[in-house]
Design a protein around this ligand. Sequence first.
Ligand SMILES: Nc1ncnc2c1ncn2[C@@H]1O[C@H](COP(=O)(O)OP(=O)(O)OP(=O)(O)O)[C@@H](O)[C@H]1O
Ligand SMILES: [Mg+2]
Length: 141
Amino acid sequence: MKMSFPIASDDFVQAGEASSKIKRILKQIGIPSGIIRRVSIAVYESEMNIVIHASDGEITLSVSADGIDIISSDQGPGIADLELAMQEGYSTASEEVRRQGFGAGMGLPNIKKSCDQLNIESELGKGTTLTMHFNLTESEV
Ligand SMILES: Nc1ncnc2c1ncn2[C@@H]1O[C@H](COP(=O)(O)OP(=O)(O)OP(=O)(O)O)[C@@H](O)[C@H]1O
Ligand SMILES: [Mg+2]
């Protein structure tokens, strides 16, 4: 099963829609709630990062016997220093964005904690792609 959700930059009204929809779908197909919770956190943070920091993007959900794969990709501006961006508390969010409750610099660290495997590819001027994998192991059922 594979589904894609477009994410519009700066659209704080629609923000969170992809994670809500993905949550609903995973519930319908009987994915264990602990895994759904972790996927929802990762999708929500990825979605908000596109809305706040990037231009338009897309989140893709794939479910197979192998597990759950989420790909979040956007069209720029890319992340200059990935190591710095991964640090807890690092944020380039504007004052305006911080007033709305974002910009704690916890999104990427939380994504890393939520998933079982994370790969980030980012190129300045091109965009950022996060590839996240969640195991569907028996121990979590
Ligand atoms: N998709 C992206 N495109 C460009 N820059 C990004 C993207 N995602 C993250 N960043 C950069 O990495 C920094 C850290 O991201 P992170 O999600 O950890 O924190 P934040 O979004 O600033 O705050 P929070 O997620 O806690 O609201 C961001 O401030 C931004 O500079
Ligand atoms: Mg963030």
